[in-house]
Design a protein around this ligand. Structure first.
Ligand SMILES: [Zn+2]
Ligand SMILES: [Zn+2]
Length: 243
């Protein structure tokens, strides 16, 4: 995900976020000075700066936890109110110019260094981090009648002869070895089975009998989304070679 996608997701999922760029002063003081919005996020789940408390910040997208001090630093003789600072684990986590994002659910504060955003971070990971009470609250308050939007989708026209041959070849069973799928029957009386390209057309795979298998919906989704889909691909290619 890009930096902007992350900010959008966080705002959409948590409903709140605050960002500050790490300043020269932060670096010189060896302390991170959260801005007003970031302090408000901590206050909103009952965290106040104290002299002896350590708090835990969870890093978005990961299982990392930062143990951070959050304290008022007196400015002696200046007559000004104390400066609110953070120390400990946050110091090695930040460099000058980094953009630091804070957000929260009901129980936890989350931190993310946007300047370290990579493409490997998946929105799914944020959904699994947020506590279910907050998620429930957000889900209950979404607009139940979303506006229709038009989408332009690039697709390849499929050859129905090939598709129907593969269905018949499989005898309407899933061609993933050892799968025990029992198809339901459609209105047309045809048992339900899906047809899949082992090497996707978008990756240069062919729309041919040598690259096409019949799969049950579950195995089919796995071929597209499972973390071991490369391995599953190999099994199907072997299966086709031995037909
Ligand atoms: Zn497919
Ligand atoms: Zn299957």
């Amino acid at each position: 995900m890009t930096k902007d996608e992350i900010i959008n997701s966080v705002n959409n999922i948590f409903g709140i976020h605050a960002i500050k760029e790490v300043s020269k002063t932060d670096v010189e003081k060896g302390a991170y000075l959260p801005n007003k919005q970031q302090r408000d996020i901590l206050t909103s789940i009952g965290i106040q700066p104290t002299h002896d408390n350590l708090i835990e910040l969870k890093e978005l997208f990961s299982n990392n936890k930062l143990t951070v001090s959050y304290y008022p630093s007196e400015r002696k003789g200046s007559g000004r109110s104390p400066e609110i600072r953070m120390g400990r684990d946050i110091i090695p986590y930040i460099s000058r110019g980094d953009e630091i994002l804070f957000t929260r659910d009901t129980h936890s504060i989350y931190i993310y260094n946007l300047s370290r955003a990579t493409n490997y971070e998946l929105e799914d990971n944020i959904y699994s981090q947020i506590d279910i009470d907050t998620l429930q609250n957000r889900a209950r308050n979404i607009n139940p009648r979303p506006q229709q939007v038009q989408q332009i989708i690039n697709t390849y026209p499929r050859n129905n002869i090939l598709k129907n041959y593969v269905k018949r070849r499989s005898n309407y069973s899933c061609e993933m070895p050892s799968c025990n799928y029992i198809p339901f029957v459609k209105n047309s009386n045809e048992p339900y089975i899906e047809v899949h390209h082992i090497i996707p057309l978008s990756e240069g795979g062919e729309d041919s009998v040598f690259n096409t298998v019949a799969l049950c919906p579950n195995c089919h989704r796995a071929l597209h989304y499972a973390n071991n889909r490369e391995y599953l691909r190999g099994i199907l290619l072997d299966y086709l070679r031995n037909l």
